[in-house]
Design a protein around this ligand. Structure first.
Ligand code: CDP
Ligand code: MG
Length: 149
């Protein structure tokens, strides 16, 4: 089973969208295995977005992520990374498919509501930034045998 790191960004928290977005991940059939409300400091924000250092949006993005608490989560399931990216939609909400999280709740690329890892390797790195190993749980969830063979 694959794991992915999902973060509800400050705009999602401030706009009261936490429950609605989490409901979509649950309904998809992914399993929540880690979750915390967290204020992100500069060191963590810069580490998270390190691949974008030097780009014009790096500093604004770091400041945005630090601006209010976020909900950091680990979701597990079959092809969890790709499934979550599909649920989230394109980076720019203006181009994201209608019905995707960003397509439903966003209007501008600088406030795109949610983060999701772009590969299993990124997921492992990002989970390690936000969670201690014992904060990511293994458990059996009722009904999971109805999700795949
Ligand atoms: O988040 P995602 O992996 O879809 O996109 P990214 O290209 O890795 O960019 C990371 C984040 O930087 C985006 O989610 C936006 O919050 C921000 N960004 C931005 O504000 N303006 C851009 N032109 C590109 C990215
Ligand atoms: Mg990315």
């Amino acid at each position: 089973m694959e794991r992915t790191f999902i973060m509800l960004k400050p705009d999602a928290v401030q706009r009261g969208l936490i429950g609605q977005i989490i409901a979509r991940f649950e309904a998809k059939g992914l399993k929540l295995v880690g979750m915390k409300l967290k204020r992100v400091d500069r060191a963590l924000a810069e580490a998270h977005y390190a691949e974008h250092r030097g780009k014009g949006f790096f500093e604004p993005t770091v400041n945005y992520i630090m601006s209010s608490p976020v909900v950091a989560m680990v979701w597990e399931g079959k092809n969890a990374v790709a499934a979550a990216r599909e649920l989230m939609g394109a980076t720019n909400p203006a181009a994201a498919a209608p019905g995707s999280v960003r397509g439903s709740y966003g209007i501008d690329i600088s406030r795109n509501v949610v983060h999701g890892s772009d590969s299993p390797a990124s997921a492992e790195r990002e989970i390690g930034l936000y969670f201690r190993p014992e904060e990511v749980l293994s458990y059996t969830k009722a009904g999971e045998d109805w999700l795949s063979e």
